[in-house]
Write a protein of this length. Sequence first.
Length: 325
Amino acid sequence: MDQGRRQRVLVCGATGFIGRNLVEALSRRSNLEIYALRFSRPTVDVPNVTWRQADLRDVAAVNSVVQGMDVVIQAAATTSGARDIVHRPHIHVTDNAVMNSLLLRACHDHKVRHFVFFSCSVMYQPRSTPWREEEWDAAQEMHLSYFGAGWTKVYIEKMCEFFSRLGVTRHTVIRHTNVFGPHDKFDLERSHVLGATVTKAMTSRDGKVLVWGTGEEARDLIYVDDLVRFVELAVDRQKSPYEMVHVSSGRVVTIRKLVEQVIAASGRSLRIEYDASRPTIKTAFALDNQRAFQRFGWKPEVSFEEGVRHTVRWWCESFNDGRPA
């Protein structure tokens, strides 16, 4: 790359949750030239960003948007919440496998310097101590509800490792835990647990919040700003051909505590009711994040409680003119 030229960074899935936060953060950097990729959603008004549209399942479209880029950050995916994971798990498999396969080949063919892939933590089984990266292997069982999505993620991770060995593109695989914060999904049909809980708390008209499951389930949750900061460090500092890294808080929060914290941040007087008959994923584990610190100098900085307060405040400003329903 010419020393005087800014790095050209393509953010795929730029209108989604993680992608939108990435675009807003990266657009403030003077050393980067940001290209934001969308599929069907409209563009977003973010300064210093060039918008492009493409269907990442189309070979020609993928080659067109990747050509000329220095860094490709892959945040495009078919995602949703527990209802779809339980009743329509296939929707998380085919499109995600196709679009990532095409992107990885295009990055190699067009000599992209760095590819960043957002994996996840669904391949891990529940246990009391945090998992380290080297502890999981393909011989271990996967939670049945995550079988399709989990093995799709593992396939893409291995494709990243394969292409990294060809000596053209560096690859970063991020196994992150449950991410939350501004621009998340907050509709009750597609949202994850924290986004759904915020909406339930802020729109409740009967003085209660209905929780799917028993509240004993637990999640390792990380605020989106911490995840974005890791991506920036990886783009700036990674020299090795391939890295697979946990980005996590390193501890679990029960759903019961999660709901209690959202209610506290809402400032409303609400009671919690549990419905064990509704879809939920009964799992609890955390991911050790020491490798991220050792190799990139990263550690989470936003506490769960602070992140919840930021998220509730953003919800009020974005959906309800600053006032609870």
